[in-house]
Design a protein around this ligand. Structure first.
Ligand code: PGA
Length: 254
């Protein structure tokens, strides 16, 4: 058992209008009011951020964005900057989600800047890494993860690793109902921790939180969390219903 506090984060993706978000938060805040020993992060679309922040006030729920630009401001139509998020009290930001890498051409060079600038803005980056099905089949998983970690963390200052959260999300498990077995997730996350130890030393690597993501559900969270190196989950589909997400958050209590 590690002494790293687990994090359960929910990524709403492009789901929920403001009225749907309001109904969700009313129910969810009640359901998790007695959650203990776990950090909870809710990551709604930009349009709902302030409303969700207000609904979460007075609770332990942190509110995160799903992306941000690395420049503080500029002529970047459609983008939102980290200082803009910081000013409205956003504490976390998901960076490098595979959907952003795949559909919006996000690359490691951009991510290196985003991760660094998030830290500068005092927003905690949740950096996503993960391999495709083909890469796993071809035995290239570790190579891919190594290069994503080296790339995404290339610009951070010495000593900042533990202010970052890593999410291991095998692309073949996202939204497919195909969860990595706890054994595969543990083995791969163990490799990520070893890689981080090589980059930033064993002490920091032993303290950094590494989450698993990909078809996490109320019925598989406990087995995943029983693994030593898995420090929480980044949840997509199953976070959209307050009842399901609260069961995942309270995996220790059910
Ligand atoms: P999923 O998504 O839980 O629906 O598989 C996970 C994610 O994309 O973070």
């Amino acid at each position: 058992m590690s002494d790293r506090t687990p994090i359960i984060a929910g990524n709403w993706k492009m789901y929920k209008t403001n009225s749907e978000a309001a109904a969700y938060m009313t129910e969810f805040t009640g359901l998790v009011a007695d959650a203990a020993g776990v950090e909870i992060v809710v990551c709604p679309p930009f349009t709902c951020l302030e409303q969700v922040r207000d609904a979460a006030a007075g609770s332990k729920i942190r509110v995160g964005a799903q992306n941000a630009h690395f420049q503080p401001e500029g002529a970047y139509t459609g983008e939102v900057s980290l200082p803009m998020l910081a000013e409205i009290g956003i504490t976390d930001v998901i960076l490098g989600h595979s959907e952003r890498r795949q559909y919006f051409c996000e690359n490691d060079a951009d991510l290196a800047l985003k991760v660094d600038r998030a830290l500068v803005a005092s927003i905690r980056p949740i950096l996503c890494v993960g391999e495709t099905d083909a890469e796993r089949e071809a035995g290239k998983t570790m190579e891919k993860l190594k290069s994503q970690l080296a790339g995404g963390l290339a610009a951070i200052d010495e000593g900042r690793l533990t202010d970052i959260v890593i999410a291991y999300e095998p692309i073949w498990a996202i939204g497919t109902g195909k969860t990595a077995t706890p054994g595969i997730a543990e083995e791969t996350i163990g490799f990520i921790r070893e890689t981080l130890a090589g980059m930033h030393g064993a002490e920091a690597a032993g303290r950094v939180r590494i989450l698993y993501g990909g078809s996490v559900k109320p019925d598989n969270i406990s087995a995943l969390m029983a693994e030593d190196d898995i420090d929480g989950a980044l949840v997509g589909g199953a976070c959209l219903a307050p009842a399901d997400f609260s069961q995942i958050v309270k995996y220790k209590q059910v």
